[in-house]
Write a protein of this length. Structure first.
Lengths: 338, 286
């Protein structure tokens, strides 16, 4: 793809990816933080970059957003090369960093005005867009309060609102929900879904498997600076071994009978006596429907019958040999190396 | 979505309106916004100004009324002699203001936010510097008023009077670069304060700011006389007519204070500015 300074040309090429990374490498002295990372994000879709602390996610985002110069490789945002035309890249993207980078001593509205004016928006535009954004992020009532007084969730929302003031077509979010309580997290997810519906292309990094599962069209799993897997959430789940039929019997005395019945249709039945639960590998939904029909005709009473797909956590474990979420307490800022 | 592009026709459902349709503002406007931001900080936290208001006024009172009686100067009034010294000290502390502010912005990631915007890289530093000059000028203004109250006067003409203030500003400009260097190099605001208090603070005393250099031991006296602050203070005192010109046997920098002061300020800029820019770039690129 040729590099052009005319944004309209890029825009018309609707098939061109909004974000592209080719063989990105970043070394800090001896340490290789990012090692040959490539991916591309089609317009209007969400790429989730999933990996534990220190995997190289932040460094990758910093390279994509022109904050850090790659050791080698190329990156393009909205068709603009990050190395040769960082100015055009900066005009086409918004960035919400790992720590909420709002000015604590300014009010929400003043934060929006500061960044809006620096993008070159007129005062009238800034005022109108600020009102819209504060409204959309449920900050209307706190718009004139100093950001210092905001809660963590409000700060994140303000940070995101600030990134959106010039309506960038591409948005980078570095661990947008780290440190948020579950409710604020779900609220932020809704906001992000809204943005994507409106056509924004999103790249978000996360250490939460659930977050990637919830938001991303495609996921790149990154560990020790390398991409170790890529695909849709479903593909990744399928990759990490089989689904299983899980069946809970109502009465303990029917457990043996149930085991025999199940074993006559599938192999490898595993029994958990105290839980009155039977587990067996299944190829998919067809297997489960077959089993459901068999039990429906029998005298055995079931509490529950279902197909358990492996979670992304299982995926991560099978890919890397260690779990993605090593810490249970995510309230602290992550200390990923830069 | 209510945000429409400036073409007014494109909607986000079909094509995303690129942010690039906004023309980046001029450098002057960028700097103006940076200064606006800092002035807002000052308005929210007026105690940020204590370093250029209450602190120097306190020094004036302390030295004029507590130590003044035991300090022998060749001026008719110690208070009049003292005031230019405190003004120079206040201006030297411009480096504190820049170093602290810049370091805080770097630590909090605001600089990264600015760097992700389509603006000139220098606007952050220029904005900080302009604000520091405004901040210190408030101090100089307060000092001048305080001085007038306790008996300091500008006794020579208007041109000389203004020239003294300009020399002071030029020195402030040099000190800003020191601030950028320190602010970019240190890892925390505490480290910045620690370094500044153990260097700049004593340097402002090891001069003719509060006491004449004549009474100092020989080595200290030479250092004090060659201290950039001494020639600046001597210039201001002479230009404002607070002291007679230095005698012919005085040290070279004090016999030609104006040219020495200008040379010092330019020299500091020439040496420190490239180091400061390098430190800032290093801090912000990786």
């Amino acid at each position: 793809m040729t590099i052009t300074t005319d944004a309209r040309n890029v825009r018309d090429r609707s098939t061109a990816p909004a974000i592209e990374a080719e063989h990105l490498v970043k070394r800090f002295g001896e340490m290789t933080a990012v090692d040959d990372v490539s991916f591309s994000v089609p317009q209007g879709t969400v790429l989730g970059m999933l990996g534990p602390n220190g995997a190289g996610k932040t460094t990758t985002v910093r390279m994509m957003t022109s904050l850090t110069v790659p050791t080698s490789g190329t990156a393009r945002v909205a068709g603009h090369d990050v190395a040769s035309d960082p100015e055009a890249v900066r005009r086409s993207m918004g960035l919400t960093g790992q720590s909420a980078t709002v000015d604590e001593m300014l009010t929400g509205r003043e934060n929006l005005r500061l960044i809006g004016s620096l993008y070159g928006l007129s005062r009238a535009d800034v005022r109108r867009l600020s009102d819209d954004l504060l409204e959309r992020f449920s900050l209307s009532e706190s718009g004139d309060k100093v950001a210092k007084e905001y809660s963590g969730g409000m700060r994140r929302r303000l940070d995101l609102a600030v990134s959106l003031i010039a309506a960038p077509p591409v948005l980078f979010l570095d661990e947008p929900t780290t440190g948020l309580d579950p409710r604020s997290r779900v609220e932020l997810w809704d906001v992000l879904r809204g943005l994507v519906r409106d056509g924004t292309t999103l790249l978000l990094t996360t250490q939460y498997l659930e977050e990637a599962d919830q938001l991303a069209d495609r996921i790149v799993v990154i560990d020790h600076g390398r991409v170790i897997a890529e695909g849709t959430p479903l593909e990744l789940k399928d990759q990490s071994g089989q689904a299983a039929i899980v069946l809970t019997v109502s009465h303990a005395e029917q457990l043996d009978e149930a085991r025999a019945l199940l074993a006559s249709h599938v192999t490898d039945v595993h029994v958990d006596v105290p839980a009155r639960q039977l587990t067996a590998p299944a190829d998919g939904l067809a297997d489960m429907t077959r089993v459901a029909a068999v039990f429906d005709r029998s005298e055995i009473v079931l509490d529950d019958l279902g197909l358990k797909r492996p979670s992304l956590d299982d995926v991560f474990l099978s890919l890397t040999g260690h779990r993605a979420e090593q810490e249970t307490n995510h309230t602290t800022e992550t200390g990923e190396s830069r | 979505m209510s945000q429409s592009s400036s073409t007014g026709t494109a909607t986000r459902e079909t094509v995303a309106p690129p942010a690039s349709e906004y023309q980046p503002p001029s450098l002057a406007r960028q700097v103006q916004m940076m200064v606006w931001r800092n002035l807002k900080h000052t308005r929210r936290q007026p105690e940020m100004l204590t370093d250029v208001t209450i602190q120097p006024v306190m020094f004036v009172l302390l030295f004029a009324f507590v130590f003044g009686g035991s300090i022998d100067t060749d001026s008719s009034s110690y208070r009049e002699w003292l005031l230019p010294g405190i003004m120079a000290q206040t201006m030297a502390f411009a480096s504190f203001i820049v170093a602290n502010g810049l370091n805080m912005d770097l630590e909090k990631g605001i600089i990264d936010r600015f760097r992700s915007l389509p603006i000139s890289r220098s606007s952050v530093l220029i904005g900080r510097s302009v604000y520091a000059i405004i901040h210190s000028s408030i101090g100089i203004f307060v000092m001048s008023i305080t001085g007038l109250v306790i008996g300091w006067r500008i006794r020579n003409g208007f041109v000389d009077g203004v020239l003294a203030y300009l020399l002071l500003l030029l020195f402030g400009f040099a000190m800003i670069w020191v601030g950028i260097l320190v602010g970019s190099s240190m890892r925390s605001v505490e480290a910045v304060n620690g370094l500044m208090f153990t260097t700049i603070f004593p340097i402002t005393f090891l001069a003719n700011t509060f006491a004449p250099t004549e009474a100092m031991p020989p080595v200290l006296r030479s250092i004090a006389e060659w201290n950039p602050i001494s020639s600046l203070v001597q210039s201001m005192r002479e230009l404002w007519g607070n002291v007679p010109p230095a005698p012919p046997d005085a040290a070279l920098p004090l016999r030609y204070p104006i040219i020495t002061s200008i040379t010092w300020s330019l020299l500091i800029v020439a040496v420190i500015a490239p180091l400061a820019v390098r430190a800032y770039n290093r801090r912000t690129t990786d």
